[in-house]
Design a protein around this ligand. Structure first.
Ligand code: GLN
Length: 489
């Protein structure tokens, strides 16, 4: 088992490992295993070396940064100064961000070391990382299968043991579905809990940055280092951040865990349901109280999400004209034809589909029928959760209706692909936090495939979610080992 982020910090602070040891090893693994998986876009050794030098000086001055020496992978829609931030798109192929995202600044202040930029569905639109302009990413549990998306690269390198932690972004499930598909822990924080300054926008009322990790404690540490108000993101919340580590091991005794029947329906693979049932029983044995709840508007989450998200995307993506950051398409005769050619050639099919859908939903005459109605349903989805959280502290259910599917299986059918988000999109629409924790693997024709349990709680309940997540982790007998196609130690 490679070391966890917490163990790496211990080793660095005790002087048992050099400040750059883990970051250097991570770069090596990303260059080999990570690239073989199709998970890596860029490995940034120069920055890594600069940060190691800075950390070394801080340690010599007696500082004890809480993430000292922890290498971290970064989804390629998060800006890192003077490095490429392509969003998995041709249109940003030559975009070097002129600034660091707030999350990068905060993680570095805590001693973490960004080591590379990771593959993703173009502009975070997708559920399989097959929509990247730079090729698909593979699942280290089974190379014929997807690691999920859109943060597939982040999930794959964590599951493969290249890095202990990585950042993803989640607009409708893009941290949690890959976490479930790769046997990693993934946290989508409350809307506004983590600054999005420096995150390339997709759906601005839905987007959140969060960690992927091999275990709940590491996810809590990364979250704690990033969370909190940022003057540069007007949507970031001012409320104090509760320390998730303080109560991580407080157990689940007396906590009321709601089981929403919609997250355990026949539409969900029976093997996943059985595993969730088993987890619930184990939590009950640990002292949790199980209550049945209902989230009746769940079937509307997908249509609502795909109206709100595409509407916002059509506006957000209007700025990408390929003039300054991309490959300028040849053969244009004037400014307009230049824009049209750049966007036509620089943006992939799925992104174009979303822009068309979103523009349509917002257009005069259709606004009321689509966007306005979707916003009303969004309120009903949020109310479902408010009603449920009167009767329970958190809800627990499946993350995905299926086990990781095969590459190519759903690319021809966008609606099938959209349905992969059926259990995750509601948390974004309601703005609440959600955590995925692995609950072992299921054998499918001789291949072990991971299953992820999803927890959701009221706004700002991250610390509670992580505490219950720790209970799930305990019930599962601890974190999963490195995936079979990961780094061999
Ligand atoms: N799979 C969803 C989509 O394609 C969610 C994406 C995300 O969370 N970024 O929009």
């Amino acid at each position: 088992m490679p070391l966890s982020a917490s163990q790496m910090v211990e080793a660095v602070l005790a002087g048992n490992a050099s400040p750059g040891h883990f970051a250097e090893t991570a770069c090596k693994h990303l260059e080999t295993t990570g690239r073989e998986l199709g998970a890596v876009l860029d490995v940034n050794r120069q920055r890594m070396e600069e940060r190691v030098a800075a950390l070394t000086a801080r340690l010599q001055a007696g500082e004890k940064p809480p993430l000292a020496g922890v290498p971290i992978g970064i989804k390629d829609n998060i800006c890192t100064l003077r490095e490429r931030t392509s969003c998995g798109s041709k249109i940003l192929e030559n975009y070097c961000a002129p600034y660091d995202a707030t999350v990068i600044e905060r993680l570095e202040a805590a001693g973490a070391i960004p080591v590379g930029k990771l593959n993703m569905d173009e502009f975070a639109m997708g559920s399989s990382t097959e929509n990247s302009a730079y090729g698909p990413c593979r699942n280290p549990w089974d190379l014929q299968r997807t690691p999920g998306g859109s943060s597939g690269g982040s999930a794959a390198v964590v599951a493969a043991g290249c890095v202990p932690v990585a950042l993803g972004s989640d607009t409708g499930g893009s941290i949690r579905q890959p976490a479930a598909f790769t046997g990693t822990v993934g946290l989508k924080p409350t809307y506004g809990r983590v600054s999005r300054y420096g995150l390339v926008a997709f759906g601005s009322s839905l987007d959140q940055i969060g960690p992927l990790a091999t275990n709940v404690e590491d996810a809590a540490r990364i979250y704690a280092a990033m969370a909190g108000r940022d003057e540069r993101d007007a949507t970031s919340q001012a409320a104090a951040v509760e320390d998730p580590l303080a109560q991580l091991d407080a157990g689940v005794r007396g906590l009321r865990i709601g089981v929403p029947r919609e997250y355990m329906s026949d539409a969900i693979d029976a093997r996943i349901r059985a595993r969730i049932e088993q987890t619930l029983q184990q939590l009950a044995e640990q002292g949790a109280i199980l209550v049945d709840v209902t989230l009746p508007h769940t079937p509307y989450a997908i249509p609502t999400y795909y109206i709100v998200a595409t509407a916002e995307a059509s506006s957000n993506l209007a700025r990408h004209d390929g003039m300054h950051q991309g490959v300028r398409a040849p053969g244009s005769t004037d400014l307009l034809s230049c824009y049209l050619k750049n966007r036509g050639q620089g943006l992939g099919r799925e992104v174009q589909r979303r822009i068309l859908l979103g523009t349509f939903c917002l257009s005069a005459g259709y606004y009321d029928a689509y966007y306005d109605r979707a916003m009303r349903v969004r309120t009903l989805l949020a109310q479902d959760f408010e009603t449920a959280f009167v009767r329970c502290d958190v809800v627990l259910g499946a993350t995905t209706p299926t086990l990781p599917f095969r590459l190519g299986e759903k690319v021809a059918d966008p609606l099938q692909m959209y349905l992969a988000d059926i259990l995750t999109a509601s948390a974004n629409l309601a703005g609440i936090p959600a955590l995925v924790v692995p609950a072992g693997t299921i054998d499918e024709a001789g291949t072990a495939l991971p299953v992820g349990v999803q927890l959701m709680g009221p706004a700002l309940s991250e610390a509670l979610l992580l505490r219950v997540g720790r209970g799930v982790e305990r019930a599962a007998g601890g974190p999963l080992p490195v995936a079979p196609h990961g780094v061999r130690s």
